[in-house]
Design a binder for this molecule. Structure first.
Ligand SMILES: *Cc1c(COP(=O)(O)O)cnc(C)c1O
Length: 411
């Protein structure tokens, strides 16, 4: 229908589908969701207004929408073992805003890891609401290991006495000890917020420890490792349920995106299946295989490896900037993002590193053997940077690999 009513947009959607089919997606925050998720998200639920929560709506006509949201809530609670779930946040950034509004007053002290060290914009970046409205104290990664140093975080927390401590990151390749964060929060009289946006799929599949038993509030996206629609949700202890719900609506958002909530319910349902456990475990196996092959080829990995779905490559010794590496790889059909590395001397627009993630390739069915091939393809581009012949040859091999592991066969 779109191709006749709006050929201009239709053509672009087809081109984007082709791009997703024929390139290697290594952006750690992306995934390819199922046809079922796409269908729910592209449904007539998009037409409904349902401000409020199930059975407490402002408009009529919500009998089906109420059931959809109730199912999404129940599935989220069951999947993660949570006391309370709110499935309405439009995005991860909004979920974090809601968590802060629920737990903090303006100007309260919030302790986080900075964007430059692997945190998210909403973890107190000065250009973000979080950095403007709250007093941000940053803890640091250990300068030697580039890993979390819980003893030094505890020391800082005891000195600073923040209202809340946030853990969970955007570019941190190692396991997070949520139990230890709870102890740190308790020892300094702070609340604990865990942002599992990146690792939610690993948590759901048992491939990373869960923050849910420990954190006061857990925020997450649905579209990263969890492989659902674009969107987010918040889990909390029962004692914070009312303040979380009120913070989000009417505090921040208007009408919920009912089509997204239906797609979130589908995604939670998929994540409860046994196959999803295998998927989550394979994501980590693939990341380890890719990391080991890259290290074997002489690349420096921040913290010396990975425990989760992503790794950070420090290109300093290679003499290539993150931006030049990203651009050359994109020409060869390898899609990833430049990233700051600890002690980076370049600006955030250039950087000295790359962030590489395995959720998309794992969704396509690739395993450890293909990860070795992917590492070698990356290496060929980076060691012959600027050589058009290499890029052409690698691009052909990328397309061949993609065709062996097709995405969206139905489309
Ligand atoms: C991606 C991400 C977010 C924000 O998600 P959006 O949906 O892009 O707003 C928040 N926190 C962390 C740790 C993230 O990685």
């Amino acid at each position: 229908m779109l191709s006749t009513s709006d050929p201009e947009i239709s053509k672009l959607l087809k081109s984007e589908l082709e791009r997703q089919k024929k390139t290697l997606g290594l952006i750690a925050s992306e995934n390819y969701c199922s046809m079922a998720v796409l269908q729910a998200q592209g449904s007539v639920l998009s037409n409904k207004y349902s401000e409020g929560y199930p059975k407490k709506r402002y408009y009529a006509g919500n009998q089906f929408v109420d059931d959809v949201e109730t199912i999404a809530i129940e599935r989220a609670k069951r999947l993660f073992g949570a006391e309370h779930a709110n499935v309405q946040p439009h995005a991860g950034a909004i979920a974090n805003l809601a968590a802060y509004v629920a737990l903090l007053e303006l100007g309260d002290k919030l302790m986080t890891l900075s964007l430059a060290q692997g945190g998210h914009l909403t973890h107190g970046s000065p250009v973000n609401f979080s950095g403007k409205w709250y007093k941000i104290i940053h803890y640091e990664l250990d300068p030697e290991t580039s890993m979390l140093n819980y003893d030094s975080i505890e020391k800082l927390a005891k000195e600073q006495k923040p209202k809340a401590i946030l853990c969970g990151y955007t570019a941190y390749p190692r396991t997070i000890d949520f139990k230890r964060f709870r102890e740190i929060a308790d020892s300094s009289g702070a609340l604990m917020i865990a942002d599992m946006a990146h690792i939610a799929g690993l948590v759901a599949g048992g491939a990373h420890p869960s923050p849910v038993p420990y954190a006061d509030v857990v925020t997450s996206t649905t579209h990263k490792t969890l492989r659902g629609p674009r969107g987010a949700f918040i889990l909390s202890k029962e004692k914070h349920a009312k303040s979380v719900d009120k913070a989000l609506f009417p505090g921040i958002q208007g009408g919920p995106f009912d089509h997204s909530i239906a797609a979130k319910a589908v995604c939670f349902g998929e994540a409860m299946k046994l196959e999803f456990k295998d998927y989550a475990i394979q994501i980590v196996k693939n990341a380890k295989a890719l990391a080991n092959e890259l290290m074997g080829l002489g690349y420096d990995l921040v913290s010396g490896g990975t425990d989760n779905h992503l790794m950070l490559v420090d290109l300093t010794r290679k003499g290539v900037s993150g931006k030049d590496a990203q651009d050359a790889l994109e020409k060869a059909g390898i899609i990833l993002n430049k990233n700051m590395v600890p002690k980076d001397t370049r600006s955030p627009f250039i950087t000295s590193g790359l962030r590489i993630g395995t959720p998309v390739l794992t969704t396509r069915g690739m395993k450890e053997g293909e990860m070795k091939d992917v590492a070698r393809l990356i290496d060929r581009v980076l060691t012959n940077i600027g050589d058009a012949g290499t890029i052409t040859k690698v691009k052909t091999e990328v397309v061949e690999l993609c065709e062996r592991f097709p995405a969206y066969k139905e489309l």
